[in-house]
Unconditional design. Sequence first.
Length: 248
Amino acid sequence: MGRLSGKRALITGGTTGIGLETAKQFLAEGARVAITGTNPANIQQAEQQLGPDVLAVRADAGSVEAQSAVVQAVKDKFGSLDVLVINAGIAALKPVEAWDEAAFDQMIATNVKGPFFLIQKLLPILANPTSIVLNGSVNAHVGMPNSSVYGASKAALVSFARTLSGELISRGIRINVISPGPISTPLYGKLGLPAADLKTVAASIQSQVPAGRFGQPSEIAKAFVFLASDESAFTVGGELLIDGGLSL
């Protein structure tokens, strides 16, 4: 019997990278899975990889209105939910003077506002017990140049894991956060940098990791499995840093 046998799980941003790998491992552990994504091509590819039993919902992670549609789709498919993985997010690394209000608002909407209201809107269909796991970042803890807004958005998730656990644990809902270091995912290709600059940035980041490499999505997905499972029932409001030692 799998570690997630019988559990119904929603993984936001489940079409690529860490989210897709987490969906694969959840399925292997016996869960029923729903995923969200924004790119139609990525959604189609994920459906092909994950199989016909997986519910795929196209939704903008930063839109409060879109979260209502996600909740309705999950309710129609599963009735109730046992596991929520908040994985969808965006990253941008640039100096303070390069930010404008629109870019700032988009980052906060996608990484903070959307996740908060998805949790709020899911409350009526969350089972007792439910495990919510947030995908944070080591950038909430290290003073990496050019990561000010991104780091702040991820620090908000670390705070949510504590404050919302304190508020919701009496209803059987526990919340934890996984904060990865640099992971080999398509996220780095979305930073908007030229290829040469992206290679330089990646090399610079890797040089700061004591383990000497980027992590793999599977290494993060395994941690999501643990925190989603009943094995972690006494883990409440915690944070697991998986960063190759970057935060030392």
